[in-house]
Ligand binder design. Structure first.
Ligand code: RFL
Ligand code: PHB
Length: 394
């Protein structure tokens, strides 16, 4: 088998890249380890930066997002039993869209298959070879048969637990483990607020988000390595009610839980993001704690750079844009890593913290909610900093 770009992983990064390449007349094959149902069901991100939503529209996969997604012009920071609104639209002229990652994945898969694109689920044993030549190969198994894909480039969009990152020799890893995890729930209950609520309470962080006018998504800070069995549904609701309580009697609307799970929190950046004809994108190269809602948005930003650089290669034989990929991508990655770390530190309660650290977090929240300059800094990072250029080379 032969294609121009071999893409490992059908998450948002791999699927969107295949789409942006197709729109520039570049052919690709996408190889995914899981089945279609699994990738379309995986509940993960929900907040799209202004530019992410715009990219999906430009890619021709924004119709359902525009019909069903919820545009938010601000968010609430809640602490000491009181809410404070950060008005994104007024401070930055930008908004965010709340639309589930798995809905984006569904839309991208549908577009890929409608256009006759090559997308294979249930592949296994992916290995990469000849990355230092101009004919790199992806070997894999499908239906119990060994197969080989010869390409011009291989894109490692296989997420944090993928195999491609290990093919970059002399990788430097920058890492931080946070001393807590997030317990996430999906509930069949109308959201209790029109916007997201990021809440700091002495018991820890809590987040109120949503997926639709009928479905609430919420998270609780819990100890690292906490077993999910420690959190029966009634304990989750009690703790959510406690953390979100306000002085004027706010109460969450409750409903049956549709999903619950625990995610550890870490920051991870691997560099370089490329070696020879292999380029990494998205979670394969970097992870941020979810407090800044940046993970999927960074995956989209990486893929925009790759679409542009590969566009330049096929249109005019340019190699300079590809050579600059790591440096260009990591500038945004480190900005988002800092923002996510900053939001995390300000809103969580570190079990090892002393009263001094707690006062610092409090001082920071007071400042962000009283200074227009600080609120603007939060708003421009959260809604997403502008891209340096378009994704299409032409
Ligand atoms: P993905 O989505 O992990 O996709 C990688 C794909 O590669 C496949 N794969 C392989 N395929 C073939 N061969 C192999 N050897 C393979 N190994 C793996 C996997 O099956 C998978 O289909 O990575 P991608 O595309 O880089 O996308 C990244 C995002 O998924 C991730 O950053 C976000 O979900 C992070 N995130 C959030 N990001 C946001 O921008 N906004 C948010 O509000 C937000 N909230 C979150 C989040 C992540 C969370 N969790 C569960 C980690 C909330 C949570 C709770
Ligand atoms: C979500 O809706 O899943 C969500 C929202 C904001 C975050 C993280 C996750 O910061």
């Amino acid at each position: 088998m032969r294609t121009q770009v071999g893409i490992v992983g059908a998450g948002p990064a791999g699927l969107l890249l295949a789409r942006l390449l197709h729109l520039q007349g570049i052919e690709s094959v996408v190889l995914e380890a899981r089945d279609r149902e699994y990738v379309e069901r995986r509940v993960r991100a929900g907040v799209l930066e202004h530019g992410t939503a715009q990219t999906l529209r430009e890619a021709g996969v924004g119709d359902r997002m525009d019909a069903e997604g919820l545009v938010h012009e601000g968010t609430e920071l809640r602490f000491d039993g009181q809410g404070h609104r950060i008005d994104f639209a007024e401070l930055t002229g930008r908004t965010i869209t709340v639309y589930g990652q798995q809905e984006i994945v569904k839309d991208l898969i549908a577009a890929r298959l409608a256009g006759g694109g090559d997308l294979r689920f249930d592949v296994s044993d992916v290995t990469l070879a000849d990355l230092d030549t101009d004919r790199p190969r992806v070997r894999f198994a499908t239906d119990g048969q060994a197969a080989e894909l010869a390409c011009d480039f291989v894109i490692g969009a296989d997420g944090f637990h993928g195999v491609c990152r290990d093919c970059v020799p002399e990788l430097t890893v920058y890492e931080r483990h946070y001393p807590f995890a997030w317990l996430g729930i999906l509930a069949e209950a109308p959201p209790s607020s029109h916007e997201l609520i990021y809440c700091r309470h002495e018991h820890g962080f809590a987040l109120h988000s949503m997926r639709s006018p009928r479905i609430t998504r919420m998270y609780l800070q819990v100890p690292v390595d906490e077993p999910i069995a420690a959190w029966p549904d009634d304990r989750i609701w009690r703790e959510l009610q406690t953390r979100f309580a306000t002085r004027d009697g706010f109460a969450l609307t409750e409903g049956p839980l549709l999903d619950k799970g625990i995610t550890p929190m870490r920051s991870f950046v691997a560099a370089p993001m490329q070696s020879g004809r292999l380029l990494l994108a998205g979670d394969a190269a970097h992870i941020v704690p979810p407090t800044g809602a940046k993970g999927m948005n960074l995956a989209v930003a990486d893929v925009r750079l790759l679409a542009h650089a590969l566009g330049g290669f096929y249109a005019e034989g340019r190699t300079d844009l590809l050579a600059a990929y790591t440096e260009t991508a990591l500038t945004r990655v480190w900005r988002a890593t800092h923002f996510s770390w900053w939001m995390t530190a300000m809103l969580h309660v570190d079990p090892a913290d002393d009263p001094f650290a707690a006062r610092l977090a409090q001082a920071q929240l007071d400042y962000v909610t009283s200074s227009r300059a600080m609120a603007t800094a939060l708003a421009e990072n959260y809604t997403g900093l502008p891209y340096a250029q378009g994704w299409s080379y032409r």
